[in-house]
Design a protein around this ligand. Structure first.
Ligand code: ZN
Length: 1012
């Protein structure tokens, strides 16, 4: 599940990427017309997104359908049902998982995964939002679109919803050891484990605390995903009833988008909906009940678990939230979005600045205008703080807001905030149709006009006009909406070393009490059901069952993978890729700065340069001045570090800074002027600012290493097998956190070293040979870029950069990483193949099948982990296996061990291989959108990854046979051996795993002072 998908309002003119101008922007169908049993209720031209919106109602069933007809061939379908949660059992979420587990026409085991496996979908998933559930797909192939639509329509309206599916996806009781009836009772289930993982994170806990507190009387205060404490209470009967109540076609909202004619959609849906009658008495549950407003502010408090022995100092979260209005009112939601941007939108913004400067916490957290479905909120939080600073935090926020309310904002600050938001309406993002579907879902499930947020550009203009008519608009908003608004909640979340043990003990007690009520017969039955559930995962779909699923054939695939139209030019001595991709008035510049040949200490310090580039001053200007310029003339200017393996040279790793810039034509000179100031003059000499950023970096690393448990485990496992992963570890890992914490003891010395490193890197980067640039945008902007590069050329050197080469001596690890998490993340990394090995495309197909046919049943369906898989990563030239939010460790490692045996015992048909060929071809067929294209073309160029090489691999894949895939995979796995293994989990779980493992994992702590 995706939780709140904050699909920010979308775009003017995105569709302009499409083969254009064939769509007549005139209405074909008149309101009131009847076509194929559907009544046209409205037709609306939407020039901003180059589409016509047809709203229709299926007369007999009451189902509603909205078609945004455009000439984009990335067609999309999203079926939505309003599903406000009645409680915290996760009912909507478990149902979302279960409806995709088999349906009347497709009684296949796991049709959802079978379809992913064999479809060209650019997107296919299902998500539970706070109060609706959405089933979206998109694809550029028409046959594929209707194949997916058939399976999804049958899934939502005719799911099998067996008790076994409920037990596996939701929750069931089982014994610790089902062969031993005296062993303890426990709960398992995929959603149960998914949500246990989610509840491990203090960030999700503080959000949940704030939402429960702010909306105590409505479904918005409940957890649609499910609280692991409450999920075990859900019954099968409630689950089936919820589907009956909520998934009737009369409540369904069917969104379609793209170039397929409206009639084709109606012909498709007619027979599906004709079987249903609109109920006489429609369901009376109100879809969007509003929270009753308070007359005094409230407070809420909770703790979150950290490992025994860990330091609790400055680990608390503080948050103020206000309910400020109705987000279905576009005036309200737009004005609050602009105000939030003014107050918090960049490093120098006044409210952000006041909080960071106060040093009451390490960093601002979760601030801004936030639509909680149909209610509009405003929030501001701090992480890395102390619970007893809550009063002071609140006072500071209110005092700062008080001052801001009394001082008119400078017009340029308001303009710059509006412009930042305008990028959202202009950019042609990847998965464009999905953004539209989510914009529609901002209103439609709540009974409001589905087109409301498809014209976001107009709402921004209206906000600007209101501000021009009343220059105090945003001051008044602060006063009325925040200072004088009693519907305010203060939430405090503090760390507690005992919390996990207490929660575990309470749960164990609850299980023991429940167990005591069960007779020996009950227990035997329970064990039998659990065993049957597990055994059923070994059954595979018969060829006859699979044949019921509609599928493309290999001959439907294009002859070659899609290419980015890109030309390499030399501009003032710089290598520049120019990409011919429509970008709707936004210009994109990406660049890499090669780190080859620099001293190791400087390469290790590259993230410091990125931090200074993004957050410090330059060219004699303070970081506030730079931040203001950034907000005024760019839609983003950032830098990060990358390390990727060269595509054809095994001894070469491309280590670089990667930076990106977005800007409009009218701002391009200002944006490139800022870029020049940063490249030529970035400095880290501001001692106070250095300390602020250092504190933020420590707080950020602490959360990231634990929240991204899989990344932490993978890094540790791959470190000795890939120089790229090792480099990643030098840039970010538990060791870096320890180093930062040590540095904090002598901040002066640390600041001095950082400033020197940033200075040396700045000098080193003034060398043309280190730069490769990639540009997508207008001729005007390109001319400005040319002038900029010419001015740089006068200052830059042309020193030859010799690529570093390496010889890898593999080092293997087998280790556990202990941290505060109540699930496990298991990672295994195997050394890869030599560059250009023609078996690689075949091995990738084999791993693709292993993901669906081996890891999925063994680790997710039997083990009830949320995720698992295997893949080949070309960037690090390694093969990687993983499990995600996993209740098990030892059994999962045994599954990893079993991959070779599985591969040897395969008896694939050509049909099995063809499904994998089609499913994995979707990566090569993604629609080309500008931001993605600019970056992808650049990375391919620096890696030496040519179109010819990709064509060759594509053809090798298309020619794959069962024998060629099996022999390539088996040969590879025999040669690769056992690889390296790392598991991130709690110390308790790791200790328990070691008791079961033949060789114990060597355990160390992720966080300094953790574990004990
Ligand atoms: Zn889920």
């Amino acid at each position: 599940m995706l939780g709140q998908y904050n699909a920010s309002a979308w775009p003017n003119g995105g569709l302009a990427t499409l083969p254009l101008m064939t769509l007549e922007l005139s209405l074909t169908y008149q309101t009131g017309a009847e076509i194929d049993g559907f009544l046209v209720t409205r037709g609306t031209p939407l020039p901003a997104i180059r589409a016509i919106a047809y709203e229709l109602e299926h007369i007999q069933s009451g189902a509603r359908l909205l078609h945004l007809h455009s000439d984009d061939n990335e067609n999309a379908l999203a079926i939505t049902f309003p599903t406000p949660p009645p409680d915290d059992t996760g009912l909507p979420h478990i149902l979302e998982h279960a409806v995709l587990g088999g349906s009347a026409r497709f009684p296949v085991k796991e049709p959802f995964f079978e379809m992913i496996k064999s479809s060209m979908a650019t997107f296919i998933n299902a998500m539970t939002s706070q109060s609706y559930t959405i089933y979206p797909i998109s694809t550029t192939v028409k046959n594929d679109f209707y194949n997916l639509a058939e399976v999804y329509a049958d899934a939502v309206f005719h799911p099998l919803l067996t008790e076994a599916t409920f037990r596996r996806e939701g929750q069931h009781r089982t014994l610790e050891d089902n062969d031993d009836l005296s062993s303890p009772l426990k709960v398992s289930g995929i959603v149960f484990n998914e949500m246990k993982g989610a509840y491990s994170s203090p960030e999700s806990r503080i959000w949940s605390l704030a939402n429960r507190g702010l909306f105590p009387d409505t479904p918005l205060g409940r957890d649609s995903g499910g609280d692991p404490k409450v999920i075990p209470d859900l019954t099968f009967e409630q689950f089936v009833q919820f589907h009956q109540d909520r998934y009737h076609p009369s409540q369904s909202l069917i969104f379609v988008y793209g170039d397929i004619p409206t009639e084709d959609h109606l012909k498709f849906w007619k027979p599906i909906l004709d079987g249903f009658e609109k109920p006489d008495t429609p369901t009376t549950v109100e879809a969007a009940p509003r929270q009753k407003r308070w007359d005094t502010p409230r407070e809420a408090e909770d703790s979150y678990p950290i490992e025994p022995g860990e330091d609790t100092k400055e680990r608390s979260f503080l948050m103020l939230s206000w309910l400020v209005g109705d987000s279905m009112d576009t005036d309200v939601s737009t004005d609050w979005a602009v105000l939030a941007q003014i107050l918090l939108g960049h490093e120098g913004a006044p409210l952000r600045r006041a909080l960071v400067e106060s040093r009451l916490g390490a960093d601002v957290f979760g601030g801004g205008a936030d639509e909680h479905e149909y209610e509009q909120t405003f929030r501001i939080g701090l992480k890395g703080s102390e619970a007893d600073r809550a009063d002071e935090f609140q006072r500071l926020v209110l005092d700062t807001l008080g001052k801001l309310a009394d001082t008119p904002f400078e017009p340029r600050h308001v303009e710059s905030a509006i412009q930042q938001l305008a990028y959202q309406t202009l950019e042609v993002k990847s998965l464009f149709p999905l953004h539209l579907a989510f914009d529609v879902a901002r209103t439609w499930p709540f009974g409001e006009d589905p087109l409301l947020f498809l014209t976001e550009g107009e709402h921004l203009e209206a906000s600007r006009a209101r501000w021009q008519a009343n220059p105090n608009l945003f001051n008044d908003l602060i006063r009325e909406g925040l200072l004088n608004n009693p519907h305010r909640l203060r939430a405090v979340l503090y760390p507690d070393t005992e919390a996990q043990a207490r929660a575990d003990a309470a749960f164990a007690q609850r299980m023991a009490t429940e167990r005591a009520t069960l007779s020996p017969e009950d227990l035997a039955r329970l064990a039998r059901l659990a065993k049957e559930l597990e055994a059923s995962q070994d059954e595979t779909n018969s060829p006859e069952a699979l044949a019921t699923l509609p599928c493309l054939s290999v001959s439907d695939l294009p002859d070659a993978p899609r290419r980015i139209p890109s030309a390499v030019e030399t501009v003032a001595g710089f290598t520049v890729l120019r990409n011919d991709v429509f970008s709707n008035g936004v210009n994109y510049l990406d660049a890499t700065i090669d780190l080859a040949g620099l001293p190791e200490a400087l390469i290790a310090a590259a993230p410091r340069w990125c931090e200074a580039f993004q957050k410090m001053g330059a060219a004699g200007q303070s970081f506030e001045q730079i931040a203001e310029r950034r907000a005024a003339c760019t839609g983003g200017l950032w830098a990060t570090v990358i390390a990727v393996r060269h595509a054809t040279d095994d001894s070469r790793s491309c280590e670089a800074i990667r930076m990106g810039l977005k800007t409009l034509d009218r701002e391009v000179d200002g944006a490139l002027g800022l870029l020049s100031d940063l490249v030529l003059g970035v400095e880290a000499s501001d001692r106070g600012r250095f300390e602020e950023l250092h504190v933020q970096a420590v707080a950020g690393l602490r959360t990231r290493l634990v929240n991204d448990g899989l990344g932490t485990a993978r890094g540790a496992a791959g470190c000795g097998l890939s120089p790229e992963i090792r480099r990643g570890q030098i840039w970010m890992s538990p060791a870096v956190l320890r180093q930062f914490e040590a540095e904090a003891k002598d901040m002066d010395a640390a600041a001095q070293i950082a400033a020197e490193c940033v200075g040396s890197l700045r000098e080193a980067f003034q060398n043309r040979a280190r730069w490769t640039l990639s540009f997508t945008g207008s001729d005007i902007a390109f001319a400005s870029l040319r002038r900029t590069l010419e001015s740089w050329a006068e200052k830059f050197s042309d020193e030859v950069v010799t690529p570093d080469s390496f010889i890898l001596t593999p080092q293997y690890v087998y280790e556990g990483l202990a941290g505060p998490m109540n699930v496990a993340y298991c990672a295994r990394v195997l050394p890869g193949l030599p560059a250009g090995d023609t078996r690689l495309p075949l091995i990738k197909l084999g791993l693709y099948l292993a993901g669906f046919d081996y890891y999925l049943p063994e680790i997710r369906l039997k083990g009830n982990a949320y995720g698992a898989g295997a893949s080949y990563d070309e960037a690090s030239a390694t093969c990687q296996m993983h499990s995600y939010r996993d209740p098990h460790i030892a059994p999962t490692l045994a599954v990893f061990d079993g991959l070779l045996g599985w591969a040897q015992s395969r008896d694939w048909s050509q049909g099995d291989i063809d499904r994998a060929i089609i499913g994995s071809a979707k990566d090569a067929e993604k629609p080309i959108r500008p931001a993605d294209a600019t970056m992808t073309a650049l990375i391919r160029h620096v890696r030496g990854d040519s179109n010819d090489r990709r064509d060759r691999d594509y053809n090798l894949k298309r020619a794959a046979t069962p024998e060629s895939v099996q022999s390539a995979l088996v040969q590879y796995l025999v040669a690769a051996g056992h690889g390296s293994t790392a598991v991130a989990s709690s110390r308790e779980k790791l200790d328990a795993a070691n008791a079961l493992l033949a060789a114990p994992l060597a355990i160390s702590d992720i966080l300094p002072g953790g574990g004990g």
